[in-house]
Write a protein that binds this ligand. Sequence first.
Ligand SMILES: [Mn+2]
Length: 326
Amino acid sequence: MRLEYPQANALLATAQRILVLTHALPDGDAIGSMRGLAFALANQGKSVICAVDEGTPENLAFLPGAADVLPNLNTPPAVDLVIVTDCSDERRIGKVGQVAKSLGLPLINLDHHRTNTMFGVANIVDPDTASASEGVLDWLEVLGFAVTAEAAQCLLCGLITDTMCFRTNSTTAKTLERAMHLMRAGADLNGIVQRTVNRIPTSAIQLWAKVMPTVQIRDHVIWATISLEAAQEVGADGKSGNLVSLLLQADDAYISCVLRELPDGIISAGLRAKPGFDIATVAVALGGGGHTLAAGAEIACSLNEAEARVLPMLWAAATEGTLLYV
Ligand SMILES: [Mn+2]
């Protein structure tokens, strides 16, 4: 854990124009933490710009301020501070991150991934929070900044999606307290649940129908492969409906893995584990990162090569751990 609040607060105090970024292929916590922080800073009279590669995905368009998130920084913005949320390393900030880096500005790194590389001038990284959005809420409390209703809605979205609605082992009493605080500040819990964890793209179900025949389970590791061809047949927009978490529910499985073929010879490996196991170490060894129970990596190889490389590592991780809730 690194909570460099004094350094971060000093940078924030002298900054008037702030660029807030998050990780590419943003999820609910990425957009939620970024937009939530932006609303709270704007409420303090700061001028704030948000950007993420490709902009806000359609499934998160319901969040306040979602449409104001820039999809690129082709015109480099005039800002004096950069804040990055929910991002374990600089590479994950994508193209907008490269532009931000070229500006040579101080950067605050606010995250909750245990594998965070501490790439900021000031780092606020608390792996004990279930979401980066909670890290934002804690920082706002330290700063004495108000949590507006719009900020609360964004931050609760991050908390709900990263805990899969309070289902992950990262969920603590403190998480519930923060959720309560955000609801009292005006966030709509059920509205968020219905639009996020209770909803997946229809194309994801169609993709499941295609790739379920690839599912195998051996020695407590369950896995599936998604070829480029299978994804193209259903016109899937890159969403697998969190298939990797669905697979982990198999009662014999300790660890789940979805290997998905991306264009340009890249395989994305999504990894999940039940409490008692550690797949963050595997993800880091593959050049990726994440949490103990939810991690991932991108590997330049074919689907077959990825299976040959990743599965032995997962079997080793399954042997090294012990299932906590038998
Ligand atoms: Mn997160």
